[in-house]
Design a protein around this ligand. Structure first.
Ligand SMILES: Cc1ncc(C[n+]2csc(CCOP(=O)(O)OP(=O)(O)O)c2C)c(N)n1
Ligand SMILES: [Mg+2]
Length: 639
């Protein structure tokens, strides 16, 4: 006879989640297999309101009382930031683990929408337990309920449907079993993962059901690592052998499947150059002779030069974002072919690829390495690649040199920060002018060392995502530092997880770059003829800077703050501040002013930002002419 326990839906769900394990059979390039087994959901974030306080909240209290440590609870300041933390955590765990996030009904739930979209866009797992108003509708319309006269059943949680890879609502307690299992499948599936949302009406959370022991027992989710089919692999290998100017585009999938060693081996064995996407930063160390750095709109001149003439592009674990392809202008060879290795067929077929290889990145690279045994690109091509890299590296060295201007530019700041860090330290960023500058300038020295959230490029991700990344590292017993660089705009949008860092004593280094506004969009605005409209932080009716003091703001939360005043010693002080922050045991904010008009070296990538077709403004008309000209290079049907 099956033993059962009478439990609430909230209790059963929390206990179920606490017993889920991810298992990853990591096959080394030598054929040896290492088993990585870890809790899929090691903890839960929660902010409580009437939707979850007595349901999932009570369950977290109870599990903490009866089984201490089984499902730790962490408070956050903002529901969106809970999801950012879960995503940062997942990135450091190569998608094997994430956090559950519980939010109350109405605004608490709605606050997680941005996080859901971010997780889904980045293909990084996050489990969202979103509260709903009453299933019985006895208390109706309850506080924070969304009432739609034409469809009373629509709730705030329905807004998660397009933002999630999985969505379901536990309308009746009995549905919990099938919904929980289906949610776990998607969460741990490399081709499907993203935001996984379980909507939980507040009354149902507190209702009971008989829960069989098997539902609460340890359950293992083996990460799918599909191997390539023979035909597609052979065709891909043949195309690569025939290529004169092949280029690898390494995406986040390389890191999520732990394929960086095999990538290096393949690059070395064949001499094929490697470029990276934002999510693929770290797939190969920067100073590997074959690493040309980022490709695309914010890529390096080296990668973009080689990309422009590549005849076979080998995408590995990339979703080919618009930035990676420079809005479909990056690849200009008339006959360019795409070998797309991806665990998701959706991505493998992108750019009309006729050489899709649907496979785990590592498995495909191991197989390709064997298939391409003895193959090497021509010596002349290697020379072209080496020269492009050398020239770019020299430009970067120059960009790091102090300009001697009144305020340091971002490139100099990046150089000083990088110089003060250890090779394994992690840089975290998401939006503004920093992602582009970092993609060009940051010299990645470790597979996990570069986390720029650039699928959603969400302002406000940085501090919360960085905190999640730090939690992820700490959970693996890894004490390397996480360094968040954040613009003043992003900081103002969402920085309150600094309080969480203080509350839990989590070390985090945050560098705020104050340039009095949205410098990146200001620059973009200028190039599209919109004259930096609405991008500066100024008084409404004067050009003066605002008296905002972000250093004082951070200090008010109990964070150690190093405030660097403008002056000739600012860069030296920044170097010393980074050293001090690294030596500290708690969170440190470093605040400094920067000149928004100093740019990173030109990488020759384009970005399609449509310009008004007609205008009374000269600036807009000029930009339109330029835009139409640039569009000529677009290849909408790249095969
Ligand atoms: C949530 C969100 N809103 C708007 C944008 C559009 N956006 C991208 S960068 C940016 C400005 C960022 O300002 P800041 O953080 O100060 O960086 P800076 O551009 O000055 O380097 C804006 C508004 C965004 N990426 N995310
Ligand atoms: Mg700014």
């Amino acid at each position: 006879m099956t033993t059962t326990r009478r439990m609430t839906v909230g209790q059963a769900l929390v206990e179920f989640l606490a017993h889920q394990w991810t298992v990853d059979e990591v096959r080394g390039s030598d054929g040896e297999t290492e088993i990585v087994r870890e809790r899929t959901l090691p903890a839960t974030f929660g902010i409580f309101g009437h939707g979850n306080v007595a349901g999932v909240g009570q369950a977290l209290l109870e599990v903490g009382a009866t089984s201490p440590g089984l499902m730790p609870y962490h408070q956050a300041r903002n529901e969106q930031a809970m999801v950012h933390q879960a995503v940062g955590y997942a990135r450091m765990h190569r998608r094997r683990a994430t956090y559950a996030c519980t939010a109350s009904v109405g605004p608490g739930a709605a606050n997680m929408l941005t996080g859901a979209a971010l997780a889904t866009a980045n293909r990084l797992p996050a489990l969202l337990l979103v509260s709903d108003t009453f299933a019985t509708r006895v208390a109706d319309p309850v506080l924070q309920q969304l009432e739609h006269p034409h469809d009373i059943g629509i709730q705030v949680s329905d807004a998660f449907r397009p933002l999630s890879r999985f969505f379901d609502r536990v309308q009746r307690p009995e549905q919990l079993f099938s919904i929980a299992l289906a949610a776990m499948r998607v969460l741990t599936d490399p081709a499907e993962t993203g935001a996984v949302t379980i909507a939980l009406p507040e009354d149902v959370q507190a209702e009971t059901l008989d829960v069989p022991a098997e539902f609460l027992a340890d359950r293992e989710w083996y990460i799918r690592r599909p191997v390539p089919e023979r035909g597609p692999l052979a065709r891909a290998a043949a195309a690569i052998r025939a290529a004169k100017r092949p280029l690898i585009v390494a995406g986040g999938g390389v890191i999520y499947s732990g394929a960086e060693d095999v990538l290096r081996e393949l690059a070395e064995a064949t001499g094929m150059p490697v470029s990276t996407t934002q999510a693929g930063g770290g797939a190969l160390v920067w100073d590997h002779p074959g690493n040309l750095g980022g490709v695309g709109a914010t890529g390096t001149a080296a990668a973009n030069r080689i990309a422009a003439e590549a005849d076979v592009v080998i995408g590995i674990g990339t979703r080919y974002s618009d930035f990676t392809t420079a809005s479909r202008t990056a690849f200009q060879d008339p006959g360019v072919a795409f070998v797309n290795i991806n665990v998701a067929s959706f991505d493998a077929y992108k750019h009309g690829s006729q050489l899709p290889v649907i496979s785990d990145a590592r498995e495909a690279l191991v197989a390709l390495r064997d298939e391409l045994d003895g193959h090497h690109v021509a010596a002349e091509y290697s020379e072209v690649v080496a020269r492009a890299k050398r020239e770019w590296d020299t430009l970067v060295d120059k960009a790091f040199e102090p300009t001697g201007g009144e305020l340091p530019g971002q490139p100099e700041i990046i150089g000083v920060v990088q110089a003060g860090l250890d090779p394994r330290d992690v840089i975290v960023q998401a939006a503004g002018s920093l992602p582009g500058d970092l993609q060009k300038l940051w010299r990645v020295r470790d597979p996990l060392g570069y986390h720029v959230e650039y699928a959603f490029s969400c302002m406000g991700y940085e501090i919360a995502g960085g905190l999640g990344a730090k939690r992820g590292l700490l959970a693996s017993g890894d004490d390397r530092d996480v360094v968040v660089m954040v613009g003043d705009g992003s900081y103002l949008m969402l920085h309150t997880e600094l309080v969480t860092a203080v509350a839990e004593g989590i070390k985090l280094i945050v560098i705020i770059i104050q340039n009095q506004g949205y410098a990146s969009i200001g620059h973009l605005s200028e190039t599209v003829g919109s004259q930096r409209f609405g991008t500066r932080y100024r008084f409404a009716n004067s050009p003066d800077f605002l008296p905002v003091d972000l250093a004082a703001n951070a200090r008010s939360y109990g964070v150690d703050v190093i405030d660097i005043k403008p002056g000739p010693d600012a860069l030296a002080e920044l170097g010393a501040a980074v050293t001090a922050a690294k030596a500290s045991h708690g969170p440190t904010v470093i605040h400094l002013h920067s000149d928004p008009f100093v740019y990173a070296p030109e990488g020759h990538g384009w970005w399609d930002v449509p310009v008004a077709e007609v205008s009374e403004l000269d600036s807009t008309r000029a930009a339109r002419a330029e835009y139409v000209d640039q569009q000529q290079a677009q290849r909408p049907l790249l095969g």
